[in-house]
Design a protein around this ligand. Structure first.
Ligand SMILES: NC(=O)c1ccc[n+]([C@@H]2O[C@H](COP(=O)([O-])OP(=O)(O)OC[C@H]3O[C@@H](n4cnc5c(N)ncnc54)[C@H](O)[C@@H]3O)[C@@H](O)[C@H]2O)c1
Ligand SMILES: *[C@@H]1O[C@H](CO)[C@@H](O)[C@H](O)[C@H]1NC(C)=O
Ligand SMILES: *[C@@H]1O[C@H](CO)[C@@H](O)[C@H](O)[C@H]1NC(C)=O
Length: 435
């Protein structure tokens, strides 16, 4: 299985796959929205089935986050509330008070630190699951703690905890980054996608809807929703009805759920479709990260190619650019318009691509890493397995450019140099890379 853990796990996306020619897709085209509705009904039905057939006793994987949700977290009490309040306290004049879910994650850590730096109030929430090495999440937590950000340990599907947080702090914004990421993990633990990306998201939106005042919500979708699209670059209006993985399906479902809460309850919602984010403190399950580890170890790395020796490429986006896009989204988010379960008027609903707009072949990524690490990689060219990865991603960012002033400035060479510098220093302190 490890050799299949290849490309970056997260933003799987699209390209020139033959599946595009299948009769099924043609039918979709002819029957338009009816077929689309049927299609999504099936996806939802599937998710519900997966959800219900996974009884806790039927799965004893120690790394199953759904089981972990049965774990009781320690929260509550005057000392805890004091820490929560102090972390969320706004320190600049027009600052906001933000709940950041997934704060011990890669993107969550960087966004939390950036918000705190400019004087916003920040409270983190994370369950520290072991989808990848939890010690890396703990190290990020320690980093945030030093800058005054407290991460509450708990699950986004815990409604009592979320309600309590909103009782203690009147958050003006929620930056929702907690999710089950990665595409290949679905073979091992499909329920974790339902738990975090569907049930957890609904729970979060329910609590936000009930909060008074309601916060504005910015959340991470994924470029994977473009699925097996062949039209590039991907624009926000392009079709998103051909997911290539359960991960992508839950992100797409999340977008539909978010729209629903916007329509019915007046929640202000902004969905961000990230394209292969990389950088210091990154995710060990992603290709750039474990390529670095394996090249240094002298281990052979699998490099995928698409059908007919086609190139597999990714629109790699440096973390600092993503952070700027997240902060700009929060800054331009309008207030939610509902209260008491009813909306008083239409609320803002947005979706943006946050990419770099220049796809790089994965073999070029390896060449850059070889140069930075001064080690030659042992390459094993393999066919791209049909288990969730897509051959190609490329973002059209004109919408984010126009409305957020988003403009990525870090190219892959520059960004990888910073990643490698971090990697070497982090793992030379006696710590071992794992995953
Ligand atoms: N990194 C990328 O390239 C990329 C690309 C597209 C989309 N995204 C999305 O961006 C978001 C952040 O991604 P990341 O790369 O930082 O991933 P990450 O795995 O590093 O961070 C997610 C964090 O959420 C936490 N979490 C998961 N389920 C939870 C739950 N039920 N309750 C509380 N905490 C929970 C995890 O412990 C983890 O720390 C995710 O929604 C991901 O799907 C990331
Ligand atoms: C999420 O929480 C709800 C309500 O507490 C619970 O019934 C459900 O089992 C949880 N869902 C998952 C997938 O863990
Ligand atoms: C990018 O998206 C915009 C809409 O936001 C569209 O007008 C434009 O034509 C797209 N560009 C390309 C090259 O597809």
């Amino acid at each position: 299985m490890t050799q299949l853990k290849h490309l970056d796990n997260s933003p799987p996306t699209p390209g020139k796959f033959k599946m595009d020619k299948s009769p099924y897709i043609h039918r979709l085209r002819w029957h338009g929205s009816l077929a689309k509705l049927t299609f999504w009904s099936f996806i939802f039905l599937g998710l519900i089935l997966i959800f219900f057939f996974r009884s806790p006793s039927s799965n004893s994987l120690p790394s199953d986050p759904s089981r972990r949700s049965l774990r009781t977290y320690n929260w509550g009490g005057p000392a805890w509330e004091k820490r929560v309040r102090s972390s969320a306290r706004v320190r600049s004049r027009h600052g906001m008070s933000v709940l950041v879910t997934g704060a011990a994650g890669f993107v969550g850590t960087h966004v939390s630190a950036a918000l705190k730096r400019r004087g916003d109030g920040v409270l983190g929430l994370d369950c520290f699951n072991d989808y990848y090495d939890p010690s890396l999440k703990r190290a990020r937590q320690a980093l945030l703690e030093r800058s005054g950000v407290f991460i509450v340990e708990g699950d986004i599907n815990d409604s009592a905890l979320l309600s309590k947080l909103f009782e203690v702090v009147a958050f003006t914004h929620v930056m929702h980054l907690a999710a089950q990421a990665g595409v290949r993990y679905a073979m091992e633990n499909p329920g974790s996608y339902v738990h975090s990306n569907i049930a957890g998201l609904v729970n979060l939106l329910e609590v936000c809807k009930n909060a008074n005042p309601q916060p504005a919500i910015v959340w991470a979708s994924s470029s994977s929703v473009y699925g097996l699209n062949t039209k590039v670059p991907f624009s926000e209006r392009d079709r998103t009805d051909q997911p290539a993985s359960l991960y992508a399906a839950t992100k797409k479902a999340g977008e539909e759920i978010a729209h629903t809460y916007n329509h019915i309850y007046g929640l202000s919602l902004t969905g961000l479709r990230f394209f292969t984010v990389y950088g210091p403190w990154g995710r060990p399950d992603m290709a750039y990260f474990f390529f670095t580890r394996d090249i240094l170890k002298g281990k052979t790395i699998p490099i995928f190619e698409a059908a007919n020796h086609g190139t597999v490429a990714r629109d790699f986006t440096y973390i600092d650019d993503i952070v700027k896009g997240c902060l700009a989204s929060l800054d331009t988010a309008e207030k939610s318009t509902g209260s008491g379960g009813k909306k008083k008027g239409p609320a803002q609903l947005r979706v943006f691509n946050l990419g770099n707009t220049s796809p790089v072949p994965v073999s070029d990524l390896v060449t850059i890493l070889e140069r930075l690490l001064k080690v030659k990689a042992k390459r094993n060219i393999m066919k791209l397995p049909r288990n969730g990865d897509v051959p190609f991603t490329h973002a059209n960012i004109s919408s984010a450019q126009r409305e957020l002033g988003y403009k990525p400035t870090t190219d892959l060479q520059t960004g990888l140099k910073k990643f490698v510098r971090w990697y070497v220093s982090y793992y030379s302190g006696g710590k071992k890379a794992s995953g």
